[in-house]
Write a protein that binds this ligand. Structure first.
Ligand SMILES: CC(C)(COP(=O)(O)OP(=O)(O)OC[C@H]1O[C@@H](n2cnc3c(N)ncnc32)[C@H](O)[C@@H]1OP(=O)(O)O)[C@@H](O)C(=O)NCCC(=O)NCCS
Length: 177
């Protein structure tokens, strides 16, 4: 995969595949676009190795005829325990933001969780991360708590974490949305 040039303008140009160990080098590079303390390829492989862990990678398919490679756009990494799931991380390449990549990653994740009967998704997000909070609110998450001074920036500044939850609407006989 290449990290240059073409970024999709439309959500239907974005493809989603399971995040496997083979994609962890690409995911590790993407992670540097989002976080000060980025995860190495080995750390990502170790996280995916934990029972109940999974993820998805988003990419823009290349065009063989024009010798264009696939462009990695972003990924999500999840951890499930019993009937709950937690978003460990979600990140989209800077040049691919606000094109619906994160929305597609969340949608694929919710589908997978519903298929496995998991109805509750939790996450923590820094309370100054306005784009992520907007993403989560627009995708049905609500704030259920706050962890005071949970994150420590490289600058030394401490930032609260919001704890957010999304109920996937499972019911006893199946899921309703
Ligand atoms: C947060 C992040 C994953 C969003 O990815 P994205 O692909 O740009 O998000 P999408 O284009 O799918 O946006 C979906 C919705 O989220 C909201 N949103 C996303 N980015 C936003 C921004 N910068 N400002 C306001 N709303 C935003 C909007 O509601 C948007 O819907 P709309 O386009 O219909 O208005 C991306 O900004 C990122 O990688 N940030 C760095 C890593 C990070 O902070 N991850 C979250 C850690 S908890």
């Amino acid at each position: 995969m290449s990290s240059e040039s073409h970024v999709p303008k439309f959500a239907n140009e974005i493809e989603i595949v399971p995040l496997t160990a083979a994609f962890c080098a690409v995911a590790s590079v993407l992670h540097t676009d989002g976080f000060e303390d980025h995860w190495s390829e080995d750390e990502m492989i170790a996280l995916l190795d934990v029972p109940g862990a999974f993820g998805f990678l988003a990419f823009a398919p290349g065009n063989d005829a024009e010798n264009q490679l696939d462009i990695p756009l972003g990924f999500i990494q999840m951890q499930t325990v019993l009937d709950e799931a937690e978003i460990n991380t979600i990140v989209v390449a800077k040049q691919a933001r606000k094109c619906g990549v994160a929305r597609k990653l969340l949608s694929a994740t919710f589908d997978r969780l519903r298929e496995t009967g998991i109805g509750r998704v939790l996450l923590e997000v820094a309370d100054d991360n306005t784009s992520a909070i907007a993403l989560y609110r627009h995708n049905g998450f609500v704030e259920i708590g706050r962890r005071k001074q949970y994150y420590r920036r490289k600058s030394g500044r401490s930032v609260d974490a919001l704890v957010m939850e999304r109920d996937l609407g499972l019911c006893v006989l199946g899921w309703d949305r």
